[in-house]
Every structure is written in C-alpha cells, then in structure tokens.
Design a binder for this molecule. Structure first.
Ligand code: TXE
Length: 481
C-alpha cells in the first residue's frame, strides 16, 4: 500500500513521531494509502526549511519565479489524467468533475499568478511639493497554508501559487482526508526546479499539524479554508501572535429565482449549484427561494431533474453524483435529513442511501440528492451548513421578502439571483449580504475578482491583486523633497 511522506526541504521524509493514518477511498470504504500523522516537530522542521529558503527566494527576480511557476503548471497539465483520477479516488467526486474543474483550475492558478507578478504595479503619493511617498510590497516570510477536502488540489494551488509568486516560502497542510494530490503536487514542484524549502507539505490531523502551524511564532501569515468552527480556532491561536490571517469559511448560500427568470436555465443551473461535488462546495446554493407564481412549476422541473442525476462510481465518466468524503460526514448529513423531518420538513425526493450501486462501490458513502420543503427559515436545517447533497426550497412573495430570507443567516459567502429584470438584479445584488452575487449564473469565476465571505463566512479577500496584497506587506517610503 502506498505510504505518503512529508515534503520538507525538497525531500520526502517520514514524520518524526513515526505514526501513520489510514486514508480511505470514499467510494469503496477501503484504505487506499497511509499518511503521516505529523505533529509539531515536523511542522518545526518544515518552517525551518522554509525560513532558510526565504532569503534567496525573495531575491529571485520575478521573471524567474514566474518561469518556475509556469513550469509547475506545465507539469500538472502533463499529469492531467493521473491527477484527475487520484482526486476522484481520494475525495469521492466524479472524475468528470475533476477533469472539468479541479485539475484545469490548478493549472490556471499557477499560470494566473505566474503572469500576474509580471504586471504588478505599485502606487505613489505626492505630498504637494514636500514629499514623495511610494509603496513597497514585500513578502512576509513563511506562509502557513491550510486547505480542506472538498476541492483539494484546486484550493491548495489557489494558496501556494500566490504565496510563492509574491516571494514568500510556505508550509502547506492539506486536509488529512484528501492528501493524495498534494503529495503528487509536491513531487511536481520538485521536478519543476522550485528550490528546496520554498514549498513544504506536512500531512496530518488539524488538531496537531494544523494547530502547530497556526500557533507557530515563525509563521507570520495564515491562509485557511475550511469550516467556520475551525476558523474560530485558527483565529484563537493566530490572534495573540498578530499573524495576518485570511479565512474562507462556510456558507449557507441563497439561490433566488424570480418569476420573470429564464426557467429552463434557472432549473439547470440550480441543479448544478445544489448538487455539484455532492453539495460539498462552499459556494453551493443550499437554500433555494422561488417566487410564488412559478413555485410549483419550478419545483416540478427541479425535482424531475434531481431524480435524473446519475449517482454511482465516481470513476465512471458518466457519473454526476459521487460519494461523500467520509462515513462521519455522511452520518452528519443524514443527521440533518432526520432533523429536517423532526423540524416539520417534507423530503420531496432523496434522503436515502442509493440502492443498486455497482459492485465496486457498494461499501461507499453515497447519499441520494435530497430536496426538502416546508421548513421555517429559522430552523436549524435552514441555518446551519450541511455541506452535502441537501437543498431546501421555500416560496417568497416579493423582492423585499426574498432579500430578508436570503440575509437571514450567520453566513454571507455567495448568492445567485435569477431574473430578466436588470434593475431588480442590481438592486437585489446590492442588498444581499454576500461576498459574491451571481446574476443568472453560478460558479462563474474570474480569478481577478475579490473572493471571500461576509459575516461568519470569512475574513479578508483573496483573488487577483487581493491575493498578492494579502501575501505581501505594504510599506510606505516617504522621501522629503
Ligand atoms: O473541516 P475542517 P471538517 C465545513 C463543512 C464541514 C465542516 C467541517 O460544513 O461539514 O466544515 O469539516 C484543518 N487548526 N467545511 O471538519 O476541520 C484540517 O486538517 C488548524 C467548509 O472536515 O475545517 C483541514 O486541513 N487547522 C469548507 C482544514 O483545517 C485545522 C471546506 C479544514 O478542515 C484545525 C471544508 C485546527 N484546530 C469543510 N482543525 C469550505 N468552506 O470550503 C482542522 N484543521
């Protein structure tokens, strides 16, 4: 069986405690690899390597850093199929989705930041004829990068690429549930010629390896994507050390369908936004609100399309819904389905483990796409992030009511609005408490735009120059004239 190692100072090394954790393939329930159960000693070694590498890396010309990052993108492209398959096996997601989204985006992340640094500008402020101020943007040192299991390679590269493009070195801690593509990426980074110590990967549980990173005094910035509760723990440890912190957390995203929407498009895209990646995307629209005049028709079409989704072996190219990431996570999601019934909701479709799965995946963590109606918006099922293939549907009577319902949670990550009325679209978009609002679309991402959440969905923004700003320190130089 494959045994993963940490990647420290350009070499694969066993963890200091010598202990390993099983890594399970969610579609089968079988152990597919072992991963290091790293602790503070391993994080210390990685931070020391990253600190040593920093002085030379920060002085490496942008053109050279860019060339090396582009080389990583080429190598990911050359290993496209392997990475897509590995991501699917490791996370339970359909391989078709990994091919369409995860791997292309990993390539783009490296290309985007490799070229962005060639176009970076800085600002100057003249203080009348008395002084010239200019802003230096300098890397901070060792960046701590903690990523989740839902989009493993996609989100890890979204952090590594801007961090090192800006001249920092890093220690990355991928999710212990999905370590496989991070391990492969580490090898490709070495092969690309990125100097030893610039990128280090430490595997292991959040409570040991993750926390060792957030509380490490020599790691001045942390970029974290994961659950809101974990985000609070990151803040608790990073706060007293005054680290720069960026948190991308959970969502309970509203999807508002007005009566004048293009119904066919709204239904087709809402199926995607509800069930893509088994609902395990922080941007999934898990609360669907539909204006009363079209509620019945929308629901009929939406339920018919939900029932048609092909659930099965993630490695089959035609599969649209794969397995949830773990047994524990499926239990959590099933707990919410039971809670929906207790809270007075009606399960219109789904809610069960699928029957008749192919032989290979009978032991996997599958759950049918599930639609729940009839819940009051104050109920827990409508307030808490479920992060599975479960969507609620609720009718509304006016734009004001839709906005109030949409904003009525602790979260504020993203929202979708479906309408053909341009003015209404702009008005509603402005009123939504949400880091991103999509109008007549979902998950259309331009890497230049600011990305992040309001309220308990996060702190800070990444994306484009916002990422480069996060991964650098702005220094004002004031010269008297
Ligand atoms: O994620 P965790 P979990 C949500 C979703 C899910 C819930 C819990 O609702 O059901 O969070 O998921 C590392 N210090 N999202 O518990 O724990 C961990 O090892 C430092 C939303 O699986 O947040 C992993 O690398 N690090 C989300 C990363 O944090 C710690 C994606 C995320 O894991 C740590 C995932 C600690 N104390 C879950 N504890 C999104 N917004 O995309 C854990 N980690």
């Amino acid at each position: 069986m494959k045994r993963l190692l940490n990647f420290i100072d350009g070499q694969f090394r066993p963890p200091a405690p010598g202990r390993y954790l099983p890594n399970v393939e969610p579609a089968t329930g079988r152990v597919m690899a072992e991963i290091p159960e790293s602790g503070p000693e391993d994080v210390d070694a990685a931070v020391a390597a990253a600190s040593r590498a920093f002085e030379a890396w920060r002085k490496t010309p942008a053109e050279e850093r860019s060339r090396l990052l582009l080389r990583v993108a080429e190598l990911i492209e050359a290993n496209f199929e392997d990475l897509a398959r590995l991501e699917s096996e490791d996370s339970g997601k359909p391989v078709a989705l990994a091919r369409r989204m995860d791997v292309p985006r990993a390539i783009l992340n490296f290309r985007f930041f490799a070229t962005a640094i060639l176009h970076a500008e800085t600002s100057a402020h003249m203080t009348d004829d008395r002084a010239l101020n200019y802003t230096l943007r300098q890397p901070l040192g060792v960046a701590g990068l903690i990523s989740p299991w839902n989009l493993p390679l996609y989100l890890l590269t979204w952090k590594i690429a801007p961090a090192i493009a800006a001249g920092n070195t890093c220690v990355a801690k991928p999710s212990e549930l999905t370590p496989m593509t991070a391990d492969r990426l580490a090898a490709l980074i070495g092969e690309a010629g990125i100097p030893p110590g610039v990128v280090n990967v430490v595997h292991g549980p959040g409570a040991s390896a993750g926390r060792a990173l957030t509380s490490h005094p020599k790691v001045p910035l942390i970029s974290f994507t994961g659950g809101t509760k974990t985000g609070a723990d990151v803040m608790t440890h990073a706060g007293p050390l005054f680290k720069k912190v960026s948190l991308e957390l959970g969502g309970k995203n509203p999807n508002l369908v007005f009566a004048d929407a293009d119904l066919e498009q709204a239904v087709a895209t809402s199926i995607q936004s509800s069930f893509s990646n088994q609902g395990e995307i922080c941007l999934c629209g898990s609360r669907l609100f539909v204006e009363k005049p079209i509620y019945d028709e929308f629901l009929d079409r939406f339920l018919a399309a939900t029932r048609k989704l092909r659930i099965g072996d993630p490695l089959e190219p035609a599969t649209e819904v794969g397995a949830l990431v773990s047994d524990a996570h499926r239990n959590k999601v099933e707990g919410y389905v039971a809670l929906a019934r207790e809270e007075g909701g009606r399960i219109l479709t789904g809610g069960k483990r699928p029957a008749d799965l192919p032989e290979r995946v009978r032991g996997g963590y599958f759950l049918e796409p599930t639609v729940v109606a009839g819940l009051d918006c104050s109920r827990r099922v409508m307030q808490e992030e479920i992060f599975g293939p479960v969507v609620t549907v609720t009718p509304f009577a006016s734009p004001e009511e839709a906005i109030a319902l949409a904003n009525g949670t602790r979260y504020g990550l993203s929202a979708s609005v479906w309408t053909r009325d341009l003015q209404k679209a702009h008005r509603v978009a402005a009123a939504l408490e949400s880091g991103t609002v999509w109008v007549n679309t979902w998950l259309l991402r331009d890497l230049r735009v600011p990305f992040g959440g309001m309220k308990e969905s996060g702190v800070g923004r990444e994306g484009g120059f916002e990422s480069l700003a996060f991964f650098t320190e702005a220094k004002n130089v004031c010269v008297k004239l």
